[in-house]
Structures are given as C-alpha cells and as structure tokens.
Design a protein around this ligand. Structure first.
Ligand code: ATP
Length: 211
C-alpha cells in the first residue's frame, strides 16, 4: 500500500526501502527521537522528504492532492485536538470539514461505548481528561471511515487495562471493515497484542520486518 524508496528527512530519518501492506495492523516501534512521528507524517503529506519517493497505492504522494490523500489516510495525532463545544460537536466536526453527512446519535453513542467513554453526547468536551480527549479524537477519526488510520501513540494517556480493551476493540473493528492501520507505540506488549506487521526503527535507519 505504501512503498518508500531511498527516503530521507535531513538529519532525522533515512529509509532505504520499506513496504507497508494494506489491510494489516502495522506497529512502529523504536526509541524516542528515532523518527517514528516523522515517518507517520510523511505518509499523509503533513511533511515532505528531502529526497526519495513515497508511493500510496502505486501513485507518488507528491503528485496527489494533499486534502484528497488525507481523506483516505487519516492521522490521529499524539496530542488530541479538541474543539470548543460538546462531545457531539467534536465528533461531527471532522465530518463537516470533510463535507460528509452528519453522524446519527446511535452511531456516535456506539463509538463512545466502543471507546469506554461513559459520557453523554451533550457534555462539554473541554472537561474531559487527557485520556478521554485522546479517545474522543480517535472516535472522530473513525467516523470519517478512512482507508488508512495513522495513529501516533493513541493509548499513551490510558491505563494499561483500558489501553488493551480499546485497542482490541479497535482491532476487531478494522479487521471487520478491512482497514489498514499504522500505529506508533512504545509498548511492546500492546504491539504484540495487535500487530500483524512490525517496523523497528533506530535513528537514521529503518528495517521493516513482517511478523
Ligand atoms: N520539524 C522539525 N524540525 C527539526 N527537527 C525535528 C522536526 N521534527 C522532528 N524533529 C526531530 O527529529 C527527531 C525525530 O522526531 P520524531 O518526533 O519523529 O521522533 P519519535 O521517534 O516520534 O519520538 P517520540 O517517541 O519521542 O515521540 C527528534 O530529534 C526531533 O527533535
């Protein structure tokens, strides 16, 4: 699905060759500062490499409309983006930016349940905890129904049990719907739980390894 060839981000990342398969749960593991977030940002054109080529479904990302690409390849960033307003407002806003039909209450409530968020849709999102905000921004990405989820440590603010439960539920959902996931995690345990494919990173180099 993604193919990277001789990709370099100066002083941060060098990737000789890497293929990330479609319809799989890929985890990226590596020490802090090894370029994991930088790699993820390359995949939906939030950053561009200084050299090399990145293909998405055999087309060079540099030739694609970034907005179109980001409709198919959605990023859930490390620090959740929460807008003023209710939980419902925060769920609907992604759909409205993408000019898609609003979600119905049932669908939104199911997502809150999936993410173990015991909250009403009309509650103010501002008062949610860090871990709840993280799950809310993840749920917002799910409503967009993208082909590919890029997840930057989506469980970093969650306790171990909640992280495992949410991640397993998310994995079941993406399997059912044949989605592709590329997730950064510092937890080898979580990676072992969900990964079908693992990318191990070290500074200035990368090696892709299929489990
Ligand atoms: N825009 C930028 N300009 C300069 N340096 C940058 C930029 N973005 C990232 N870096 C540097 O590149 C290196 C890799 O950063 P990146 O965030 O990709 O690492 P990471 O593996 O995701 O780290 P962590 O696990 O701590 O989140 C870091 O040393 C960082 O300071």
């Amino acid at each position: 699905m993604f193919e990277l060839k001789d990709v370099q981000v100066d002083g941060i990342l060098h990737i000789d060759e890497l293929t990330i398969p479609a319809n799989q749960f890929t985890c990226i593991i590596g020490p802090s500062g090894s370029g994991k977030s930088t790699l993820l940002r390359l995949l939906n054109d939030l950053s561009s490499p200084n050299q090399g080529e990145i293909l998405f479904k055999n087309i060079s990302i540099s030739t694609l409309d970034p907005l179109q690409l980001r409709r198919s390849v959605v990023m859930v960033s490390q620090s959740p983006v929460i807008f003023d307003g209710s939980i419902e407002d925060n769920l609907q806003i992604g759909l409205s930016f993408s000019e898609k039909e609003p979600a119905c209450a049932k669908e939104m409530k199911e997502l809150l349940e999936l993410f173990l968020l015991d909250k009403r849709l009309d509650e103010d999102a501002e008062h949610l905890s860090g871990g709840e905000k993280q799950r809310l921004s993840w749920a917002r990405a799910m409503l967009l129904d993208p082909e590919v989820f890029l997840l930057d440590e989506p469980t970093s603010a969650l306790d171990e049990e909640t992280a495992k439960t949410v991640l397993m539920r998310f994995r079941d959902y993406v399997r059912r719907k044949s989605k592709s996931v590329i997730m950064i995690t510092h937890s080898k345990e979580l990676a072992e739980l969900v990964a079908e494919n693992t990318i191990y990173m070290s500074p200035y180099s990368i090696g892709g390894k299929a489990d």
